[in-house]
Design a protein around this ligand. Structure first.
Ligand SMILES: Nc1nc2c(c(=O)[nH]1)N[C@H]1C(S)=C(S)[C@@H](COP(=O)(O)OP(=O)(O)OC[C@H]3O[C@@H](n4cnc5c(N)ncnc54)[C@H](O)[C@@H]3O)O[C@H]1N2
Ligand code: MOO
Ligand SMILES: [Mg+2]
Length: 418
């Protein structure tokens, strides 16, 4: 095996992966199941919102013209001819000096063009007086002020969050066209691996990457299919990879991608006739992250080292999954924050430091999340962000503003800015 590998930059690696991230058929789901999915159709206003002029307050609908000249010493009086709550319409149009007592959301009566709030009226049923004039449309929610029929409000490819659900419901979408979710397989390789419930024995460790990747996918709303754990055995791993590829849209493996004697993923890609897009990225951790394509399907060979595995997923698998689901915002959201402590290690490669990002009244701060080597698991548990230190730097001092990628944010970014 050739142990010398040619590294690609992080951004080139992302471009290569995204060029092969395709799906996406669509499916229709009930509105109640649409949260967290990606829209496969734009939301176009099916009616004006609101679709009738309505009162913005609890009060009295009047004709504004009747209020001209009202003041503290010249109170103008109105006669209440009807009383309606939201959901009702007044029985008759307003004539001069008439008012309808109506509640927030109730349709304005014909000829009514202003609302006197209850607090602005001195009421003595069946009349009330006012001490100021009202402008046309004062305290009225106008038809179409929120959205106009035919207007494209949300593009296809948008993440469906609770606000999107509200809009869909407003227009009567009881079913929504969304991108189909990819079916993603996970296979952990390593003779040293134990099941989570197993007792530790010398030389062995529990498989933490498998459950971690399943949760990283779950965070994107994707259910995974586990192919369990396999010992480092070329034939057995190859067979499982072939089976997994026949049952999934994409396969993620962990471990066995480096140059060790029992790192069989490179041989598996060769046997599959897969095109290896890259097998070395100029980053730490995750330098051994590999991506390959076999018969149009993406295979991600993530590192066995937990922090490297985690970072490889967030940087490369995540945008690919989002693109496969038609997302317009596949990238991790980006922020700037001030480093709270020195990080003085030199960085020949781009370095991704698991970190805690915190917005404070004095600006955003970011703190490395502790033990930060590729094999670290504690810092991925503590972190909610990745600090990005560019390659070629000599480290950074506390107070310095640094680039940060935010983890676990529902909606990503449309651009990769680093
Ligand atoms: N001579 C070289 N050695 C190594 C290189 C190199 O370039 N030349 N790269 C190093 C880097 S960087 C990393 S990262 C690791 C990557 O190793 P592999 O991806 O091949 O993974 P393994 O060898 O299978 O395991 C590495 C490490 O991770 C532990 N592991 C594996 N699977 C899991 C799992 N499911 N859950 C938790 N931990 C896991 C495994 O026990 C090892 O400790 O290679 C360096 N070596
Ligand atoms: O792939 Mo490694 O994580 O750079 O230590
Ligand atoms: Mg290895």
């Amino acid at each position: 095996m050739n142990v010398m590998r040619k590294p690609v930059s992080v951004s080139d690696a992302i471009v290569k992966v995204l060029a092969h991230a395709r799906l996406s058929q669509h499916e229709t789901v009930p509105l109640g199941a649409a949260y967290g999915r990606i829209l496969a159709e734009p939301i176009i206003a099916k009616q004006d919102v609101p679709h009738f002029n309505r009162s913005a307050y609890d009060g009295f609908a009047i004709r504004s013209v009747d209020s001209i000249g009202a003041s503290g010493i010249n109170r103008i009086s109105f006669r209440i001819i009807d009383r309606i709550g939201a959901g009702h319409v007044a029985k008759a149009p307003l004539a001069e000096g008439e008012a309808v007592r109506l509640m927030t959301g109730a349709a304005m009566p014909e000829h009514g063009d202003a609302v006197v709030m209850l607090e602005q009226a001195e009421v003595s049923e069946p009349v009330f007086t006012i001490r100021k004039p009202f402008q046309p449309y004062e305290n009225v929610s106008l038809q179409g002020e929120d959205a106009r029929v035919g207007e494209e409000l949300i593009p296809s490819g948008a993440f469906i969050h609770p606000g999107t659900i509200a809009l869909l419901a407003t227009f009567g979408y009881d079913r929504v066209r969304v991108a189909r979710k990819p079916i993603v397989g996970i296979l952990a390789t390593g003779t040293e691996l134990l099941e989570v419930e197993d007792e530790l024995v010398p030389g062995k460790i529990r498989n933490s990457n498998g459950p971690m990747i399943a949760a990283q996918l779950a965070r994107l709303g994707i259910e995974s299919r586990s192919y369990g754990m396999l010992a480092d055995d070329l034939d057995a791993c190859y067979e499982t990879v072939v089976q997994a590829l026949s049952e999934t849209d994409c396969l993620i493996t962990t471990g066995g991608v480096s140059v060790g004697d029992f790192d069989y993923l490179p041989a598996i890609y060769e046997r599959l006739g897969a095109e290896v897009l890259f097998n070395k990225v100029s980053m730490r951790p995750g330098s051994v992250t590999t991506a390959a394509v076999a018969q149009g399907q993406l295979l991600f060979g993530l590192s066995g080292n937990p922090s490297a595995c985690f970072t490889g997923f967030e940087l490369f698998v995540r945008p690919a999954m989002m693109k496969m689901m038609g997302s317009q915002k596949p990238y991790l959201p980006y922020a700037k924050a001030a480093l709270t402590e020195n990080f003085l290690k030199a960085n020949p490669f781009t370095r991704f430091i698991r970190a805690v990002y915190q917005a404070t009244p004095n600006g955003a701060l970011v703190t490395p999340a502790g033990f930060n080597k590729s094999n670290a698991v504690s810092s991925i548990a503590r972190g909610n962000a990745l600090i990005v230190l560019p390659g070629g730097s000599a480290g950074y001092e506390a107070g310095r503003e640094v680039d940060v990628l935010l983890l676990g944010v529902e909606e990503g970014s449309a651009e990769w800015v680093l």
